[in-house]
Design a protein around this ligand. Structure first.
Ligand SMILES: *Cc1c(COP(=O)(O)O)cnc(C)c1O
Length: 338
């Protein structure tokens, strides 16, 4: 099986850049959903704690339980608990779900500021507040998510304006219904870097912390370094003659005599199968033939092979996004912090 190496210096370098934009480490809420974007939830949580990060965002209650000992604040984006926790907050994604939360659950209300995926409409805020109060939930915050913060359009400004309206309304209603002052947040990575005058209570940062963000040139931020690299071990080697074919279907033809080695990883570990035949490692070593479940062949005789040191490199080859390359990596792969 392949090995994932996590580079702590690169992670801390990325957090340094993020902290400059968020203006405080305490305002960084590290997004750790989906096994910390495939990096490993426990490994990333422990490094984040060492750096001084206090807040995390996850998808499920189970992820929150695993991360709970590392953070003083955790926000769950998409799950409803059966028990109440002091550290863990849960997202209300629509009006109907409010009655499913146990009494005294700490909750944050998601606002649909234009993405139309989750959240309540701005003109439903009062109804939501009434239901939250009647249910006995502890409302702590209001937040939204941008659909196009990483694109060079005016949509980010439009959603920002909508959320400003939502905040104003919520502040007034919080007084009317006797809620404590609310926490407000709307920025993912791309939105944070667009906003020179960031002044919210926190920013939910994922992909930038992992060092695999791409933004259009005018929005580009320098200095991020990828945290995750994937390494594979050689299982076996053979000398092949020009025009012999390697692997299933004989798809991979070698064009001159050479050594082809087979490495211990494949789509079973979550490496994208679409990278077959022609993918080159960062060192320029070529993959030959199809990717099998547990085997992939390269024009190489190295014992240890670097498969990629930036998910962006694979994403470009596979015509996808770094998020998919990373979250495809299975939790069973060994992770080492370096
Ligand atoms: C995934 C997610 C984020 C993080 O987005 P990045 O682009 O990785 O920074 C922030 N907020 C919400 C609601 C998310 O689902």
């Amino acid at each position: 099986m392949a090995t994932i190496i996590l580079n702590k210096n690169n992670f801390f370098n990325n957090l340094d850049i993020i902290a400059k934009y968020s203006k405080s480490v305490d305002k960084i809420a590290l997004v750790l959903k989906d096994n910390a974007y495939g990096h490993g939830l426990v490994e990333m949580s422990s490094m984040a704690k060492e750096y001084g990060i206090k807040r995390a965002v996850v998808r499920t209650h189970r992820e929150a339980e695993i991360a709970e000992s590392f953070f003083s604040y955790i926000l769950v984006l998409g799950d409803i608990p059966t028990m109440v926790s002091k550290t863990i907050r849960y997202t209300i994604n629509d009006l109907e779900s409010i009655d499913k939360f146990p009494k005294e659950t700490r909750v944050e209300l998601k606002i649909d500021s234009g993405m139309h995926r989750n959240g309540i409409a701005i003109d439903e805020i009062e109804e939501a507040f009434i239901k939250i109060k009647a249910r006995g939930l502890l409302l702590e915050g209001l937040f939204t998510h941008h659909r196009s913060a990483d694109e060079l359009t005016s949509e980010w400004f439009w959603q920002k304006k909508n959320f400003e309206d939502a905040k104003r309304i919520a502040k007034e209603l919080a007084i009317k219904y006797g809620f404590a002052p609310l926490r407000f947040h709307s920025s993912n990575s791309a939105a944070l870097f667009r906003n020179a005058s960031f002044d919210e209570d926190m920013a939910r940062v994922g992909i930038a912390a992992y060092g695999c963000m791409t933004l259009p040139k005018p929005l580009h931020v320098d200095g991020f370094k990828p945290v995750l690299s994937l390494w594979a071990k050689k299982l076996s080697s053979r000398k092949l003659k020009s025009h012999q074919r390697v692997g299933y279907g004989g798809d991979g033809e070698i064009l001159s005599d050479g050594v082809v080695s087979n490495y211990d990883f494949g789509y079973g570990e979550g490496f994208l199968r679409v990278c077959a035949n022609g993918y080159k490692t960062p060192e320029g070593i070529e993959l030959i033939g199809r990717i099998s479940m547990d085997n992939s062949s390269f024009l190489s005789s190295k014992d240890k092979l670097l498969i990629f040191d930036s998910a962006l490199h694979v994403a470009t080859y596979a015509s996808t996004i770094s998020y998919e390359v990373l979250t495809s990596l299975k939790p069973e792969i060994k992770r080492e912090i370096f």
